[in-house]
Design a protein around this ligand. Structure first.
Ligand SMILES: Nc1ncnc2c1ncn2[C@@H]1O[C@H](COP(=O)(O)OP(=O)(O)OP(=O)(O)O)[C@@H](O)[C@H]1O
Length: 287
């Protein structure tokens, strides 16, 4: 287990001491910090109900945190941000719009920069091509398979040209083969555009197949309970003994986190990295 915070100037998303609570009860999440580099795919695993989706909504600026700060690049996230795009398990397509119109709709979000008609069409075309749905652009959502609908939702995100994708179990409802092709698509988007991603999944194998880093949430309030870095040269064949060993380690830690036991010390977060990346930001509440 180790951490990967090497390319300081390339952070696209960072969370500093984020806390989360619903109502006046015990906080759900405390002191959560994460730094995501350009092109890095970070998967967040953790027991059901620990707060993974809530955390992602905070990263997307869709929900306030209780303390802490989130940055997209060097801009603080205080609401929906043009460089941050989120996709959910439900593709949330508008049924009265065609596939192409659904993709273009992502560019109409209030916080998006204004584009010329030509630039807008170019972005839509590129995104549809990237997800391999050029043949289906005139179809309405009811005529799309689950995989095609998810590809459309991803294209809607891609058209916005985000620096980071926030993916809340987007492949969870798909059959295994479609799921595999979506995982390959995610890797391709990363390779083609350098887009980073924070992915929530319950599937350890999925995490092992796509992630540069796996972060496990555990404890109450939840915090980083374990962290694994997978090199790009690491085999992603699930039968590979190294990957198998990591799988077992993650599974044991996940069981430990469910039982509320600390099986491993979470890695200490080096806040000097954030100071280095954001020298002009006031990080006084970061200790
Ligand atoms: N808007 C809300 N108001 C009050 N409580 C909420 C709200 N949203 C989520 N919760 C509660 O917060 C806890 C964490 O929910 P969240 O969906 O973030 O967890 P999760 O780890 O993503 O769960 P799962 O893996 O089952 O999807 C749950 O107990 C949930 O009931």
């Amino acid at each position: 287990m180790n951490s990967l915070y090497t390319n300081y100037s390339k952070l696209v998303l960072s969370a500093h001491n984020v806390g989360l609570a619903y109502g006046a009860g015990r906080p759900l999440i405390a002191d959560f910090s994460l730094a995501v580099e350009a092109g890095e795919i970070v998967t967040v695993l953790g027991p059901s109900g620990i707060g993974k989706s809530s955390l992602l909504r905070v990263f997307a600026g869709l929900q306030p945190s209780n303390g802490g700060r989130v940055f997209a690049g060097d801009e603080e996230v205080t609401g929906a941000h043009p460089r941050v795009a989120m996709a959910f398990q439900d593709p949330s397509l508008l049924p009265w719009l065609t596939l192409e119109q659904n993709v273009a709709f992502g560019l109409d979000f209030k916080h998006q920069p204004k584009l010329s008609a030509k630039e807008r069409q170019a972005r839509v075309d590129l995104a549809i091509r990237e997800v391999g749905l050029e043949h289906a652009r005139e179809l309405y959502p009811k005529a799309l398979s689950g995989g095609m609908a998810q590809r459309t939702a991803l294209a809607r995100c891609i058209a916005r040209q985000p620096s980071v994708l926030l993916l809340d179990e987007p492949f969870g409802a798909l059959d295994e083969v479609t799921r595999e092709s979506m995982q390959q698509l995610l890797l391709r988007v990363r390779d083609d555009f350098g887009t980073a991603a924070v992915l929530i999944t319950h599937d350890i194998d999925e995490a092992l197949l796509v992630s540069d880093r796996i972060v496990l949430l555990g404890g109450s309030p939840a915090h980083v309970f374990g962290q694994w870095t997978l090199g790009r040269s690491q085999s992603r064949d699930l039968l590979d003994p190294m990957l198998q060993a990591t799988r077992v380690e993650i599974l044991q830690a996940l069981r430990g986190s469910i039982e509320g036991k600390r099986t491993s010390q979470p890695p200490a977060f080096d806040f000097n990295i954030l100071r280095h990346a954001y020298p002009h930001q006031e990080l006084s509440n970061v200790h």
